[in-house]
Design a protein around this ligand. Structure first.
Ligand SMILES: Nc1ncnc2c1ncn2[C@@H]1O[C@H](COP(=O)(O)OP(=O)(O)O)[C@@H](O)[C@H]1O
Ligand SMILES: [Mg+2]
Length: 146
């Protein structure tokens, strides 16, 4: 029996604390490099877009504290979990907005909602994590049944 060469779960985290407005571009670069390492090039465009919006929100709405981007690829589901954690406290439940056509802001979570199979957020005592799940292409059949 040949085991699949993709590990069942791969995790990568990137600490962008103190990076302020450089954080979104660093998060995009981190995402591109990691997904390329994992052979998930097909997911790069959507994953970059989601991570970019979540990181922008963490900088903009989450305050100046620690900021962490986390990518988890589940080969068995198969899906990619993208999450960004900050130390802010949301003013209320997070939801996608529906701004006027000429509004310059308010489209980030709507974009995440459009691209992701699922997204939500969690606020613990000290941190807020906004996460999204992107489906991945299934592993080849011979890998799944090996
Ligand atoms: N990390 C976060 N912490 C606190 N509030 C957030 C966070 N992310 C999003 N929000 C809230 O959700 C709203 C919608 O986010 P978004 O659609 O990206 O629009 P925008 O960032 O342009 O206001 C924000 O205006 C903000 O109130
Ligand atoms: Mg936003």
């Amino acid at each position: 029996m040949t085991p699949p060469d993709v590990p069942p779960v791969s995790v990568a985290m990137c600490d962008l604390s103190g990076m302020s407005w450089q954080a979104p571009s660093l998060a995009r670069e981190f995402t591109t490099q990691r997904l390329a390492c994992w052979g998930l090039d097909d997911a790069v465009d959507d994953a970059r877009m989601i991570v970019s919006e979540l990181t922008t929100n963490a900088v903009r709405h989450g305050g100046d504290g620690p900021l962490t981007v986390s990518l988890t690829a589940h080969a068995i589901l198969p899906a990619l979990l993208l999450s960004v954690t900050d130390r802010g406290r949301p003013g209320g439940p997070l939801r996608a907005l529906h701004p006027d056509e000429d509004a310059e802001t308010g489209r980030g979570l709507a974009m995440v909602e459009a691209l992701a199979a699922l997204w939500s957020w969690t606020h613990t005592g000290r941190t807020t994590t906004v996460w999204a799940v992107l489906p991945l292409s299934p592993l080849p059949a011979d890998t799944r049944t090996a």
